[in-house]
Design a protein around this ligand. Sequence first.
Ligand SMILES: [Zn+2]
Length: 490
Amino acid sequence: MKHASRTTLALAICAALPLAGAALAEDTIPLQSVNKAGEVIDAAIAAYGGEDAIEGLKSVARQSEFTTWATNQSRRPGPPWDEGTQATLQAIDLENTVYTSRQSGVGGGFEFDGQQLVRGEEGWNVDYRAGTVTDNPNADFATASGPFIRVTAPLLVRQLMDRRQTSHWLGEADVDGRPHDIITLVMETGPGLSLYFDQETHLLTRSERVLPPFGQVDYRFSDYSTIDGIPFAGSFELFVNDEPNLAIDYTMTEVNQSIDRFATLPADFETVEGVAQPTEVAVNELHEGIFHVGANGTYAMFVEMDDHLVAVGATAGIADRIEALREAGVDKPVHHAVLTHHHNDHLVGVRDYEAEGATLWTVADNEAVTRDNAEDGEALKLSFVDDRVVFESGEQRLEIIDVGPTPHVEHLLVAWLPEQGVLFEADHFVNPPNGRIPPANSNTKTLAEALKRENIDVQTIVGAHSPRVASKADLETSLASEPALAVTGL
Ligand SMILES: [Zn+2]
């Protein structure tokens, strides 16, 4: 993939600087930059069908096929990343502030078919597999529609038209050998964008946003064709730090037609109450010396031994969870910390355990990615689980078992306390805070088979992403229920 050269961009900005020295008060760099952005915006409006066409843009509906790459979320710890596919329908009604998107597909061992619908400040989420409609109390048109606007060039041009006074010209750069102007756009919500307009066609070909500390996301727009006098890109790609993350091919685009047939809720689905994830870290003692601790959708389990703790799970906020445990009177050092799998959201806590001086436990295949996630990877205390490892002290027995491979990962470590019948797992059993258990996905089915194989008669399941304590019956319900609508993929 070719990229705008950083050097070219830097030179363009430097070249503008000597003008500043001679500038009059009314001709400052910010003023020049806003004026120049205005010229780029005017040329873009003309290229996108003219002011009347852009102002007259009342609704857009697009159907597309997505290819996704599971960066740091694949079955193996390195590239090539696994591909997933999904079909998407997005529709926006700008006049009535209605937005809907429906996404169905497969990836990472999950099958999904969901819809979000927002009308102004009212909103609903539909799960077509579970057959449920959930109220969304946080619905907001600008926030919900932002991702669609960011990938739809005429809607970005309309934003530029409405917010032109906030836009600045950043400089010039070559993209694929063609000179471009770069201007900024700050939308009502979401990150600031840098938009690249081709100096000849005045069409948007690229947009960038910077996401510290992760790096840079860039969007490429190509294969333009004109629909009702307005050019729309037929293909769209997203790169994260230069690695492909998403490619979209549009199969249908409708302009200024009613979106009512997309913006509806299924009438025959059960309405279930939405339950938000708790935001305060809570310590839940499941049995004597067994603690499930977390908030905000990330949880870890801590098991008390005679003079230390064994931790399981390394999602976000581990330091806070250890702190909460100490405040609750469980003040022992964490000697061992078990990583469930290598996905990046499950390695966030490596540094916190490292700071505790704990030995981290993973499988040999994950050594490199684990060390990469540490402060001092070389010095990190690391031990490997080959099939299983048992931690014991006094009455407490904790087994760590590799139940992989699964559709989600090659190696999945679960924690099993045979005396109490407690299992801790990550990403394989969907256990929503509202207790409404959806039909089992491929990951859940594989986990259930592994439990049977290992003679694990689970009584209680807790997970890395939910505060809810699930029962054996919940797992059975999940396995026994059929999806309301089967997801077949593309
Ligand atoms: Zn995962």
